[in-house]
Write a protein that binds this ligand. Structure first.
Ligand code: CDP
Ligand code: CDP
Length: 241
């Protein structure tokens, strides 16, 4: 099977996917694609336009006139997310968007189009000789099944809720810890139970439990994995990466 020089990172909410993926991409000089941001941007636009999140045809039509792009890093080093050229990096992380995004992401028509765009983006950078790091829920299973390295990040529900709670507090939002935990659990349930491309570990993915581990430790573990795949392939000969 033809392999792609891509690293696929999947896992439930709060496992550390985007933080780890971003740092990993910096380390490797790779191009980073946050696929969750694309689902979130469409969700924000639907909420603003009053498009019901259960109306698949209307969402697909809306997506057809929507451009989601990634810009350079903002002050916090987070790549900016551009919805029709508007910077929505902060807005797409709001509880309102988080609460509706799984309902939008459940529709096969929405997924087909976003998966197409995600693959196209990855192949564009890969063909230019860049390595690609992509994170989401179905990267190793659907978007880039040929990725050379696949990682499934997990952490206990309690730790994931604690991380999300701290992140919301930093942004000045004050849900209780219990509310944060319940919302996280509910989103995981929807993402894992949906019919199309549910959250699951790819057969050939390496699972890393990040509970009690620092971001650096997790990034290091993945860098080692990438190096292994790089140096141990084809009788110890360095494979083109
Ligand atoms: O950062 P967090 O894990 O909270 O979420 P995200 O990665 O930004 O993704 C937000 C939502 O988009 C998820 O809960 C999924 O419903 C959906 N999603 C998806 O279905 N497939 C992807 N590849 C990425 C995100
Ligand atoms: O993308 P996902 O929802 O999987 O997680 P995230 O948005 O990257 O949020 C994870 C949060 O936990 C961030 O605030 C990280 O600094 C923190 N964290 C982590 O990502 N990984 C660890 N091993 C420890 C903490």
């Amino acid at each position: 099977k033809r392999r792609l020089n891509a690293i696929a990172i999947d896992g439930p909410a709060g496992a550390g996917k985007s933080t780890v993926a971003r740092r990993l991409a910096e380390r490797l000089g790779a191009y980073y694609v946050d696929t969750g941001a694309m689902y979130r941007a469409l969700t924000l636009k639907a909420l603003e336009r009053g498009v019901p999140v259960d109306d698949e045809a209307a969402l697909v039509a809306l997506l057809g006139e929507t451009v989601v792009a990634f810009g350079g890093p903002n002050a916090e080093g987070v790549p900016t997310v551009l919805l029709d050229e508007r910077d929505v990096t902060q807005e797409i992380r709001s509880p309102r968007v988080s609460g509706s995004v799984s309902a939008v992401a459940r529709h096969p028509g929405v997924r087909a189009e976003l998966v197409r765009r995600q693959r196209q983006l990855a192949l564009h950078y890969l063909s230019a000789g860049r390595m690609v790091v992509m994170d989401g829920r179905d990267i190793g299973t659907v978007v880039l099944p040929e990725a050379r390295v696949k990682v499934f990040l997990t952490a206990s529900l309690d730790e994931r809720a604690r991380r999300r709670h701290e992140e919301l507090a930093r942004r000045g939002e004050r849900p209780t810890y219990g509310e944060t935990l319940e919302r996280l659990r509910e989103r995981d349930r929807k993402d894992a139970e949906r019919e199309v491309a549910p959250l699951r570990k790819a057969e050939d993915a390496v699972e890393i439990d990040t509970t009690g581990k620092s971001v650096d430790e997790v990034v290091e573990a993945i860098v080692r994995l990438v190096e292994e795949r790089l140096f141990n392939s084809v009788q110890g000969r360095k494979e083109e990466f």
